[in-house]
Ligand binder design. Structure first.
Ligand code: 5GP
Ligand code: ZN
Length: 110
């Protein structure tokens, strides 16, 4: 996706503060953090919504969910963290490349 900000981050066309990267996923700091620790986990495969899930995409999301606990712990979330996946306008989704917010480093309110 040429006009997707997160695809550009994956390609290195937009810089980001990366905390983890492998061949399938990237985790970087959110540019406007909503908590002491606010990371974004993205897959290196562009799709927008969980409703577009197929077998391959489900494997990617599963892979990310299996990696996140260790990445979160190593980046200041030893005491817990919250995962958020905004879906669509009512949730305030602004970037349409599926991403998992990792929030922590403090007591989180609702
Ligand atoms: P959404 O609202 O779509 O769930 O989350 C998008 C997130 O991406 C927001 O929290 C926003 O701050 C973050 N974001 C948008 N553009 C950039 C960027 O260029 N770099 C980084 N690091 N984060 C971004
Ligand atoms: Zn993308």
């Amino acid at each position: 996706m040429t006009d997707c900000i997160f695809c550009k981050i994956i390609k290195g066309e937009i810089s980001s503060a990366k905390v983890y990267e492998d061949d399938k996923m990237l985790v970087f700091k959110d540019i406007e953090p909503k908590a002491k620790v606010h990371l974004l986990a993205i897959g290196k495969q562009h799709f927008k919504l969980l409703s577009e899930m197929d077998g391959e995409r489900a494997e990617l999301v599963k892979y990310m969910l299996m990696k996140i606990p260790r990445i979160a712990e190593e980046n200041g979330c030893k005491n817990g963290y919250r995962l958020v996946i905004n879906q669509g306008d009512d949730a305030g989704q602004t970037v349409f490349h599926l991403h998992i917010h990792i929030l922590g480093g403090q007591q989180l309110g609702w």
